[in-house]
Design a binder for this molecule. Structure first.
Ligand code: SAM
Length: 229
């Protein structure tokens, strides 16, 4: 049984997708998608030998080796000249790492129309990277599973679309999520407020105070307070 998180991510892929799953770990996502959509194909990338082997095992267990190509390599390096995937998933890692993978990658040579990201933390970095690459963030969703709230960000390569301006506040909170202001959004930021307040107090008590960092924390906390008001 696949997690609700991965199922939700899968729901944003198009029918008959040919997609990349970078940091695939067990290759659960590509296997689930390909078992449910007979036209779908995928390339699963893993930088670590262990998860790479596990991915290959899952894929062969389900008899999907013809449709899911498991490759060992760093981030988007595994894309070859002749590969034509048109969707990309990077899920279950920090936003900063996701940003590094996207920016260091060979995305420009390929025609990735849709990117689906699920950063565990630092979602802002994931958004910044998408906008830098010229993608438009078209959807944002929160889901809760096993006590965790996960953020899923969808971006599309839209022709003739002017690069959208996002404020710092929107990059932190998510433009659409902020607008919807749903129960999970409130829950997420209530929790963040607690954690950040505790960290801020520690920073203020520290012998060597980093005033710039404190000011930044206070600013972000004020944005969080605003949405919780
Ligand atoms: N994507 C799956 C999911 O969402 O359930 C697995 C997430 S798992 C926590 C993160 C995986 O990313 C690990 O298996 C790790 O080896 C892989 N990873 C980390 N950095 C990577 C990179 N630069 N390129 C490819 N894979 C990477």
């Amino acid at each position: 049984p696949i997690s609700k998180r991965l199922k939700t991510i899968a729901s944003f892929l198009s029918k008959g997708s040919y997609f990349l799953d970078i940091g695939s770990d067990h290759a659960y996502l590509p296997c689930y998608v390909c078992l449910n959509d007979l036209e779908a194909r995928a390339i699963a990338g893993e930088v670590n030998e262990g998860p790479y082997q596990t991915s290959k095992q899952t894929v062969s267990k389900y008899g999907l080796s013809e449709r899911i190509d498991v490759r060992l390599g760093d981030g988007l390096d595994i894309i070859g000249e002749n590969d034509t995937p048109f969707e990309l998933v990077i899920a279950g890692m920090g936003g900063t790492l996701i940003k590094q993978i996207l920016e260091k990658g060979r995305l420009k040579q390929t025609e990735i129309k849709r990117i689906i990201l699920q950063p565990n933390i630092d979602e802002r970095d994931a958004r910044v990277a998408l906008l830098h690459l010229g993608y438009t963030i078209t959807d944002e969703q929160l889901i809760k599973e096993n006590g965790h709230i996960y953020e899923i960000i969808i971006a599309d390569l839209l022709k003739n679309k002017k690069v959208e301006k996002w404020t710092d506040k929107e990059l932190l909170l998510g433009k659409q999520l902020k607008k919807e202001n749903g129960p999970l959004f409130i829950e997420k930021w209530q929790l963040e407020r607690q954690v950040r307040t505790r960290i801020l107090n520690q920073m203020k008590r520290a012998k060597k105070r980093n005033n710039e960092k404190i000011a930044r924390f206070e600013l972000e906390l004020s944005w969080i307070e605003e949405v919780l008001d």
